[in-house]
Design a protein around this ligand. Structure first.
Ligand code: S3P
Length: 168
């Protein structure tokens, strides 16, 4: 049985890599943000606007508890997911965690171009975004760094990733 969690900042490429990795390894792919939206009949921007971030984090925890029982799956988690409650421990206990540790400059470029609506960074200029990424990464690194594995090169091969996981 294989359960892989991809963690990392918004724009780090968790969903893109997750889809490819799942296909390559013959596993199911689940995007946690989409799962959460379907379970709650609301989009993430709606949840933030109507219920606030604290309520979103509770729903995110609930989604994670459910997903931690899925088998043979690659799960692309929300960027903040490992940083609340004991979520990172839950992931480490129930699967293999991989942190996509991508350069903040690349994250800022990708997020400026992205069409996905993300309440935490909505309306920010490039300068404000860079500042926000720096500040949040300072806090989030403590959680991200607890992952079992890290990938810093976005072009790391799928076979290399699987070998890294299967080695231990
Ligand atoms: C968030 C990241 C988003 C989404 C929500 C909050 C965060 O997911 O869960 O907007 O706190 O970093 P992505 O990392 O898929 O953008």
């Amino acid at each position: 049985m294989m359960r892989i969690y991809l963690i990392g900042y918004m724009g780090s490429g968790k969903s893109t890599l997750g889809k490819k990795l799942a296909k390559y390894a013959g596993l199911q792919f689940v995007d946690m943000d989409h799962y959460l939206e379907e379970r709650n009949y609301k989009t993430i921007p709606q949840i933030f606007a109507e219920e606030g971030e604290a309520e979103f984090r509770k729903k995110e925890r609930k989604a994670l508890e459910e997903l931690s029982e899925f088998s043979d799956v690659v799960i692309a988690t929300g960027g903040g997911a490992p940083c609340f409650f004991d979520n990172v421990h839950l992931m480490n206990r129930t699967g293999k965690t991989i942190y996509l540790n991508i350069d903040p400059g690349i994250l800022a470029d990708r997020l400026m171009e992205s069409k996905t609506e993300r309440p935490l960074i909505k309306g920010k200029s490039k300068k404000e975004l860079i500042h926000f990424i720096d500040e949040t990464l300072k806090k989030r690194n403590e959680f991200y760094s607890q992952a079992h594995y890290q990938i810093t090169d976005p072009d790391t091969g799928l076979d290399e990733i699987l070998k890294m996981i299967e080695r231990d």
